[in-house]
Design a protein. Structure first.
Ligand SMILES: *Cc1c(COP(=O)(O)O)cnc(C)c1O
Length: 242
């Protein structure tokens, strides 16, 4: 299968999931996760119609993004989806249109200051660890609906992040645990969607975006309200082991 054929198949699955869940196709944006893949593969996907790309490492993005942008007619949108160390934040701001992985107040403050210095506002998502897996980054949000301690700590963090002038909080992101049956990821996606609702109500804000769903589970994520799905292997093929 070529990248173009893969992309077409993913688009069809997205359309099917939208249909099943009564959603409009334009509510869901496909991010082609190009990490570990060379610029040529990105350009192939771009020529097949992909307009959003996701990268998870700053160094890799710094070398890849300028090469791709120089070879295409209109630059695609680049999404930082991986953990960012705050000392690397300065390298992220000029390269990416959106950061999906803001997971500490310190990092949010750094992005805000850097964006203000460059005279812009950066769109960000707050990464939430709703599954409770220890290996995952993100704000602790496991059992947020029933655990008052978790909830009040989270609410207080979010309140402070929302006050930062250089970032626009567009919504939430999560990574589901790796499971054999995608149905097992559904409760995690549903929890993120209801957390979004609760935060919107608590702070009288609009959080339009939910970034959730990867190769193994994006149709389920769409059924639960994803507005961004981050799909790598289904488009570019299996990654070589790092
Ligand atoms: C790698 C990655 C993806 C894509 O994973 P696939 O299984 O290849 O679709 C999505 N989100 C994040 C944060 C990633 O690091």
């Amino acid at each position: 299968m070529t990248i173009s054929e893969n992309l077409q198949a993913v688009r069809q699955h997205i359309a099917d999931a939208c249909k099943r869940s009564g959603r409009q196709l334009d509510e869901v944006t496909l991010i082609a996760v190009s990490k570990t893949n060379p610029p040529e593969a990105v350009i192939e996907a771009y020529n097949a119609g992909a307009q959003h790309f996701g990268e998870n490492r700053v160094e890799e993005a710094e070398s890849k993004i300028p090469i791709v942008n120089a070879q295409v007619s209109a630059s695609p949108a680049w999404h930082m989806i991986g953990h960012v160390q705050s000392r690397k934040a300065k390298d992220v701001v000029p390269l990416f249109q959106m950061v999906h992985s803001v997971d500490t107040l310190k990092l949010a403050q750094k992005f805000s200051t850097l964006s203000m210095e460059q005279g812009r506002q950066l769109d960000v998502l707050l990464e939430m660890n709703v599954s409770g897996e220890e290996a995952k980054h993100g704000y602790v949000a496991v059992n947020w609906a029933t655990d008052e301690t978790v909830k009040s700590a989270l609410w207080s963090e979010v309140e402070q992040v929302l006050m930062l002038p250089g970032i626009r909080v567009r919504g939430l992101m999560t990574m589901a645990p790796i499971v054999a049956d995608p149905e097992d990821a559904r409760p995690v996606f549903a929890s993120l969607a209801s957390l979004r609702q609760a935060l919107q109500a608590a702070f009288s804000i609009s959080l339009p975006d939910l970034s959730m769903g990867m190769t193994d589970d994006y149709p389920v994520a769409i059924e639960e309200g994803a507005t961004f799905v981050r799909v790598g292997r289904a488009i570019f093929g299996e990654r070589a082991n790092k």
